[in-house]
Ligand binder design. Structure first.
Ligand code: DWN
Length: 419
C-alpha cells in the first residue's frame, strides 16, 4: 500500500481484477481528489483531507474499465458512511418494485435471501414484507445499526468467503444473493464468486445492479467516477468473470436509476442465457464499447462538459445572480472538484439527508443545508447535483420554479431547466 498525506492508503492497480492482464490503458484522469462520501465537519475546516489519484483505465484483454488505484475499503466504508439509500424517495420506490420483481421471478417467498452491502435495509424491508427470509451484510456500522434497529437483520461486517460459509452453515444455502451498487465497489471479485459458490443453493441466483458503463459513456456521466466505484461494468468482462468460475450471466435488465443501471442475473453454469444477454452484447458492439475510440471521445466530452458548466455558472455569477445546488451526492463531489468549484460558484447544497446537513463537501468545502434553504433563500439557480432524480426534484420544487427559480442540469452539457 502506498502512503499518502493524511495517513490514508491505496494501492496502484498493476493487473486487471477480472483477467489478470497487465495491459491496462489509461484514458481519463480527473486529478487528485478527496473521497466522495467522506464529508467534512466544520471544525475540521483547516485540516485538508487526503486526496488520491482518480484515473480510469481499461483492460485491453477483457475490456474491464476500472480505476487505476484501490483505496483501502476500511477507509472508504468506515463507521460514519454518509450515504443512506432511503434518504432518496425514488430509491425507496425503486427497491420496493425490485423486491416485487425478484420475489416473483425467482420464487423467493419463504426462502433465504442474503443482500451484500444492504445499507439501511431499503431492500431488506420489502423483501421481508413479501415473505423472504432476508439477511443483510453491511460493513458501515452506522447504517447497519439503523437497519437492525428497524428489525431488518444485518450482519455488520464485510462480505467474504468466511461470512458466506458461516451463513450457509447456520441458515442453509441461499436461494438468492443480491448486491446493489456494491459489485463495482469490490476489489477482489474472485473472492465474491467463491463466496457465491459457498452460499448459493444449487439452483440459486446472484442478482446484482450497478451503474452501467454504456449509459455512463453515452451520457458523459463522468461524475459517477469516484474512488468507491472501482469497476465500470459492461457485459463482456462480467461474462468472463462468472464464466471462469463455473457460473453464467443468464439474464440482464436495463434500469433507469443512477443515470442508467444494469441488473444481471447469474446462475451456476448449465442454465441457458435468455436472449437479453446477446441483445446487450450486440448493443455494446454497435456502441463501439470494444473500441479505443469510444473512450478517447468520452474523455474529450468530459472536458467539454466541465467547460460548459464552468462557462454557464460564470455567466450567471457575472450577472450578479445567486447559485445553490441540490443533492449532496457522491457524484456531485467528483463534479465539484473536477470543475474546481468553491462557495464562490455555489453558495451551498440543499440535501434531504439529516446526517449530511451541517457538513461540508470534501475538497470544494461547500456547506450542506436542509432542503428548506431553497425556499427560504430562493437562489436564482440551483445546480442538480442529484440529476438522476431530476423528475422527482423538479416536481417537489415546482413552487421554486413558479417563483422564478431555475435548475441547472450539469451533464452531458450544462443547460438551464426549464429553458
Ligand atoms: O454507489 C453509490 C451510488 C449508487 O449511490 C453509493 N456509493 C453512493 C450513492 O451515490 P450518490 O450519493 O451519488 O447517490 P444519490 O442517490 O444520487 O444521492 C442523492 C442525494 O440527494 C442524497 O444525499 C439525497 C439527496 N436528495 C435530496 O436532497 N432531495 C435526493 C432527492 C431525491 C431529493 O429530493
Amino acid at each position: 500500500m502506498t502512503r499518502v498525506s493524511g495517513g490514508s492508503a491505496y494501492r496502484s492497480v498493476e493487473a486487471c481484477r477480472i483477467c489478470g492482464s497487465s495491459e491496462l490503458w489509461a484514458f481519463l484522469s480527473l486529478g487528485q481528489t478527496p473521497l466522495a462520501n467522506t464529508l467534512v465537519r466544520p471544525l475540521a475546516l483547516s485540516s485538508p483531507e487526503p486526496r488520491y489519484p482518480l484515473e480510469v483505465i481499461r483492460c485491453v484483454a477483457c475490456g474491464l474499465v476500472q480505476l487505476s488505484v484501490v483505496v483501502d475499503p476500511r477507509i472508504l466504508f468506515g463507521s460514519d458512511y454518509a450515504y443512506t439509500t432511503s434518504a432518496s424517495a425514488p430509491m425507496v420506490s425503486h427497491f420496493d418494485r425490485y423486491a416485487d420483481e425478484i420475489v416473483t421471478k425467482l420464487g423467493l417467498a419463504g426462502q433465504l435471501v442474503v443482500e451484500i452491502g444492504s445499507n439501511d435495509g431499503v431492500l431488506l424491508r420489502p423483501l421481508a414484507q413479501r415473505g423472504a427470509r432476508a439477511l443483510g451484510v453491511e460493513p458501515a456500522t452506522n447504517v447497519a445499526r439503523a437497519a437492525n434497529a428497524e428489525g431488518l437483520e444485518t450482519l455488520n461486517e464485510f462480505f467474504g468467503e468466511d461470512v458466506a460459509r458461516r451463513i450457509a452453515a447456520e441458515r442453509g444455502p441461499a436461494k438468492a444473493v443480491v448486491a446493489n451498487n456494491v459489485l463495482a465497489h469490490i476489489d477482489d471479485l474472485g473472492a465474491v464468486v467463491r463466496s457465491l459458490d459457498a452460499l448459493l443453493a444449487s439452483d440459486g441466483v446472484f442478482v446484482a445492479e450497478f451503474p452501467y458503463l454504456g449509459d455512463l459513456v453515452e451520457h458523459v456521466e463522468y461524475d459517477t467516477i469516484y474512488h468507491e466505484h472501482l469497476s465500470y461494468f459492461s457485459i463482456g468482462p462480467l461474462q468472463r468473470l462468472f464464466g471462469d468460475a463455473g457460473f453464467a450471466v443468464v439474464d440482464v435488465e436495463r434500469q433507469g436509476v443512477h443515470g442508467g443501471s444494469l441488473r444481471i442475473f447469474v446462475a451456476r453454469a448449465g442454465r441457458a442465457p435468455s436472449a437479453s444477454v446477446r441483445v446487450l452484447a450486440d448493443a455494446e458492439r454497435r456502441a463501439g464499447l470494444h473500441e479505443r475510440a469510444a473512450y478517447e471521445r468520452f474523455a474529450l466530452r468530459v472536458t467539454e462538459s466541465r467547460d460548459s458548466l464552468r462557462g454557464l455558472l460564470a455567466g450567471i455569477r457575472a450577472e450578479g445572480r445567486s447559485v445553490a445546488a441540490i443533492g449532496a451526492t457522491a457524484k456531485g463531489n467528483t463534479l465539484l472538484n473536477y470543475c474546481g468549484f468553491t462557495t464562490a460558484d455555489i453558495a451551498y447544497i440543499a440535501d434531504s439527508t439529516p446526517v449530511k446537513q451541517g457538513m461540508l463537501t470534501p475538497g470544494a468545502r461547500i456547506p450542506i443545508r436542509p432542503e428548506s434553504a431553497l425556499r427560504e433563500d430562493h437562489p436564482d439557480f440551483t445546480v442538480l447535483l442529484a440529476w438522476n432524480y431530476t423528475d422527482a426534484i423538479t416536481r417537489k420544487f415546482a413552487d421554486y420554479v413558479w417563483g422564478g427559480g431555475r435548475f441547472v442540469h450539469p451533464i452531458p452539457l450544462a443547460r438551464i431547466m426549464p429553458s
